[in-house]
Design a protein around this ligand. Sequence first.
Ligand SMILES: Nc1ncnc2c1ncn2[C@@H]1O[C@H](COP(=O)(O)OP(=O)(O)OP(=O)(O)O)[C@@H](O)[C@H]1O
Ligand SMILES: [Mg+2]
Length: 484
Amino acid sequence: MKFKQDFFTQLPEFYAQVYPQGISNPHWLAWSEDAAKLIDLQQPTDALLQGLSGNAAVEGASYYAQVYSGHQFGGYTPRLGDGRSIILGEALGPQGAWDVALKGGGPTPYSRHGDGRAVMRSAVREFLVSEALHHLDVPTTRALAVIGSDMPVWRESQETAAITVRLARSHIRFGHFEFFCHSERGQADKLTQLLNFTLKQHYPHLSCDLAGYKAWFLQVVQDTAKLIAHWQAIGFAHGVMNTDNMSILGDSFDFGPFAFLDTFQEDFICNHSDPEGRYAFGQQPGIGLWNLQRLAQALTPVIPSDDLIAALNQYQHALVQHYLMLMRAKLGLAARANSTAEQDQQDLELIGGFTVLMEKNQLDYSNTWRRFGQLDPSSAHSSLRDDFIDLKEFDAWYQTYQARLGKVADIEAWQQARNSVNPKYILRNYLAQEAIIAVEEGNLAPLERLHQVLRQPFAEQVEHEDLAKRPPDWGQGLIMSCSS
Ligand SMILES: Nc1ncnc2c1ncn2[C@@H]1O[C@H](COP(=O)(O)OP(=O)(O)OP(=O)(O)O)[C@@H](O)[C@H]1O
Ligand SMILES: [Mg+2]
């Protein structure tokens, strides 16, 4: 790995230098060849294993934990920071630089009560979902590898420690800005320093002045809106949308109790520690805005409120437009350039009508969409019909859909296009769980198979058909705890 150390050298007051503590008997549990390419790595070598497990120094690495704060479940925590993630620096790759972080690399000055470690099950889940989301075309941080160990760690029971090697275009979170606004009050120069760094690194076309800051914030609003639109379209619930888990670049970030929807349920809660459903699936668009408002608040020392509010006012439109684009593609409706508000509303009703039907009929979200790839939209009889119990309701919806769809010239091409946006394979919680249980038993094959299948989520892969099934009863809507 070749590193540059821009954050480390330019923002010395924004982190604590800390070295990872090694783990016993490190071994590769997973390796992403796709992520490796991003930073010009070829093979998971022994030397790399020793370096990334913290047992040996990595040449060129700096080792630091960043400081930030954030709103957690609505309340402000004045100081957080990387309590179990140690960044090595920005590794250079053919298309840019990626922060390399050892998530679970050991205690840092920000660990407070935690042990600085991650358990194997959570490291494996983070690895799988990072790579799965990427192949589903959802913006996300990436995962290079999971390193297992025989080091015991204690959660509800004894487990073993593991490290996810995370790659991120940036680790800067909304919470970084909140820290320098609220917790380090009166340090507007630091806020500006962080802002200028962010702009120079990631928005080089913008100037480091008020005009640039305004354009940048609008971009953050739009990127966040796009990210949430992706989650809603693909059926992904993040589970812990605290502002310290919101990437400034609009990448999916920090994977804990996340879930892809099995049966469609608008108010699905994937996080065991969120009984009130603050981060329920259907709440995500609203929470995205709430989080942006917290970011805006933190930026008031450098950007006038009126400009921040004007940018925030763009959020809903940006989200709806992106969501419409993704959902029209799923349904096979022609994209509408310059559509009117009325047309958009009609399409939203069509989409909402379908998800309501899915919920009423307890249908699997992904598998139902996938069936559009076999649908003959010119036929009055829909092959989807048999899945619905209330046929009258379905027929009414289908009629409206057909009217909106119009004539499809090349049905085969239309079906293929549906299969290229409606995935066959998603990372269902029960699949991750089965792979994790196998790893506990010393069998890495199911994890590797799942990882490989998720690299091509839109391909048929008939030999892996079993991984596309809706979950068995025990695995339906599986809810995870935060203890990771
Ligand atoms: N085992 C642990 N030891 C020490 N600190 C921890 C531990 N687990 C979580 N934390 C800290 O608690 C805070 C909230 O945790 P959260 O689950 O959002 O983040 P995370 O999953 O640890 O990491 P990241 O956000 O970098 O993906 C963070 O500051 C995190 O570093
Ligand atoms: Mg976090």
